[in-house]
Ligand binder design. Sequence first.
Ligand code: APR
Length: 231
Amino acid sequence: MRKIVILTGAGISAESGLGTFRDEGGLWARHRIEDVATPEGFARDPALVQGFYNARRMQAAKAAPNAAHHALARLEAEFAGAVVIVTQNVDGLHEAAGSRAVIHMHGTLAGALCADCGHRWDAPPEMSPAHACPACAMPAARPDVVWFGEMPYFMEEIWTHLEEADLFVSIGTSGNVYPAAAFAQHAMRAGADTLELNLEPSVNARDFAQARHGKASEIVPQWVQEILARA
Ligand code: APR
């Protein structure tokens, strides 16, 4: 096996204390998506949106990677072939665990973006609508995260990774949001084996040839150990 492509979602960071979106009491049970995760919501009330992401940025800054993040970093370091992580998460826990090949398709809380000129810079812990863009000085700073209705980042590169994968693994995602929910089928059509590692079957569980259910901090290290023992 030469190349493993791994998709991760909020479930891999749940045991690091970061909330998921659609579980009981998740983020979308407490905030309306249209208010805090759309360009229209940001235009309507930038302070509300900045406040939502400031809270998540502070929480993420305090969180530590869990055994699942560390296991994926170990896989990348010790597996003879290539390991690429495509994450829907905006936290930095994969990098904090030591993973290097990490693609943030939904952006990151650590990034700031100017809605006017497109300039990007490192986000301060707290962002405010009054903050001027360091490049064009317009008060148009926003979190560099991908909102509903916007194009995820690095899609060309991601489709190519999926077409080159021998194994596609999905960890901690409910399979509700496209295009990530289409990755398993895309990889399988290109000949990859597919495995879902999740607390419970996702809505696209039928797209996977194999599945294991349980907490990421338990089933991901087990799976990594098996892969490295086989190699
Ligand atoms: N271990 C493994 N899986 C877990 C754990 C855990 N400890 N806890 C929860 N899960 C699983 C849940 O069963 C669920 O299937 O993680 C998944 C989380 O699903 P969502 O909350 O929908 O999060 P995600 O799939 O990452 O959402 C995708 O939606 O709102 C947008 O941009 C946002 O990136 C996000 C995207």
